[in-house]
Structure formats: C-alpha cells, structure tokens
Design a protein around this ligand. Structure first.
Ligand SMILES: [Mg+2]
Length: 274
C-alpha cells in the first residue's frame, strides 16, 4: 500500500478532516503517515494545495530504515544563498551573474557553459572577498543543523556536492562536521581569481558520479541514498537515488523529483527515515 507522509507535527481541524478522509492518520515523530489506496499526481497536488502542507508519497521500494547516505546540493539547498551571485554583488555585477545562475537552475542553459561564463566574470577578484561572502552572507537554510545532528546520531553519512566552489564546501565541512564534499576549485594567482576553474567542472553528471562513487565506497546501493537539490543540475543525481527531495525547488525540478518540500525546512527530510 502506498504511504503518504504529511510533514507537520500538528494538524488543524480542517487539515485533519481532509487527510483522515484518505486513510487512517498515524502520528509519528514530527509528522503523520497514512497508508492509502493508490493516489495520482493530481490528487496529491490537490491535497497539498488544500492543506497548505508538504505532503509526499514514499517512492516504491524505498525503505527509510536502510538509508546510509544523504547527498545534498549546497547553494539554495543546504544554504540560503547562491554564493556566486553574492561574490558578484561585491563586484557590482550581481544582476548579470544572477540572471545566468537563474537560467541555468531552470535548465535553460547548460550548466558547464554557464559556470565558465560566470567564473570568467569574476576574473581579478581579490580572494579575500570570498571570505567576506562566507562570513557576511552565507546562512544555512532552516532545519539544517537539526538534520545534520540527527543524521550523525543515526550514523547516516552526509555528502555535500556543489556546482559552486570548494572555498565554501571546505569551510562548511569543517564547521558542520560533514563526511564528504565535492565542488569546483577556483584558480587563483597572487590572491586574485584567474576567471577559471581547475580541472573538469562539477556539473550534473559529476554530481551523479559522486553519488555512485560514494555508494561503492560505503558498500551500499543507490536505493539507500536520499538526494536533495533545487536546480536542474541536481536532477541526474536525484534520479539516481532511492528518494529525491526537491527543496524549495524550481517547478521543472519538482516535476521530476520523487518528493518536494515547499513549506518546511531541511529537518523535514528526517520524516522519510522513520
Ligand atoms: Mg542549488
């Protein structure tokens, strides 16, 4: 029987009545579950609209108790900003750069090409400004700390993968105690950015490859992985995982992900593990 996850610790009367009509509501840790008859995408959409809650169907064959790895995108998923847009802001070229970022995240531009174009615009930037972006602009999305702490207690690994830069993933790994990271390396000479990245670009395929490499290293199957992202360049990685979470994501990403969160913070991902 399909399982519906209702990502809310409490329900008001209207929500309770609506959702109890689908099947018996089972209270769990911070969420509810309903074992229900087959439910189609249209009905799910209606329930989400009417209840104004995050509601997801567990993918077939996925078993939350067997999850060993969460792999997450960084910009606009683990953290609330797009680092490259904030770097550009310090150079007074944010509108140009964020227009390219937006188009790439919607899937209208090929990610590798768009990154090359944006990094070229950063040429000459004093690398000290990257530290200022980290210190002054970078904030975690809601629920990030709760999610990470709980995963540690459950011995589930956390991998951070980004089409952004190692400058930021390295610092977050250190600060949050993450297990694995992969991102692009900005080339620099004498404290200034060269306008290029070193080696091949971490784009959509590299993110999916990272997931598969980690499965081999941990001796687990992709079905034991949850992948979270918000952009078109996360879809190959998300598609490879047993459960994918579109986190406050573009419509094109939500349409292809197995689950979506649009109201709750990152800690709602824990509801899938019960
Ligand atoms: Mg992103």
């Amino acid at each position: 029987m399909p399982t519906l996850i209702i990502h809310s610790p409490t329900l008001n009367d209207a929500q309770h009545t609506l959702l109890n009509s689908i099947g018996e509501l089972q209270p769990k840790n911070n969420h509810f579950r309903v074992e229900c008859a087959q439910i189609d995408a249209e009905k799910l959409f209606e329930l989400r609209q009417e209840s104004e809650l995050d509601i997801n169907l567990l993918p077939e064959g996925f078993n939350g108790s067997e999850v060993k790895l969460l792999i997450s995108d960084m910009d606009s998923t683990l953290i609330a900003i797009e680092c490259i847009d904030e770097i550009a802001d310090f150079m007074n070229i944010k509108p140009e750069v964020s227009a390219i970022t937006e188009a790439a995240m919607r899937g209208e531009l090929d990610f590798e090409g768009s990154l090359t174009q944006r990094v070229a615009l950063l040429k000459g930037l004093d690398t000290g400004l990257l530290q200022r972006v980290y210190d002054e602009r970078l904030v975690l999305n809601p629920g990030a700390n709760t999610l990470i702490e709980s995963l540690k207690k459950q011995s589930i690994k956390f991998a951070l993968v980004s089409g952004g830069f190692t400058f930021f993933t390295d610092r977050l790994k250190q600060k949050l105690g993450l297990d694995y990271t992969r991102a692009n390396v900005l080339a620099e000479t004498d404290g200034k950015l060269n306008g290029s990245v070193i080696g091949s670009i971490v784009g959509a395929q590299a993110k999916a490859d990272f997931l598969n490499e980690l499965c081999a290293e941990l001796n687990i199957t992709p079905n034991q992985v949850i992948a979270a992202g918000d952009g078109a360049n996360d879809l190959l990685m998300m598609n490879a995982a047993g459960l994918s979470v579109a986190y406050h994501a573009k419509p094109a990403v939500q349409a292809k992900a197995s689950t979506s969160l649009n109201h709750r913070g990152l800690d709602a991902i824990l509801d899938f593990l019960d």
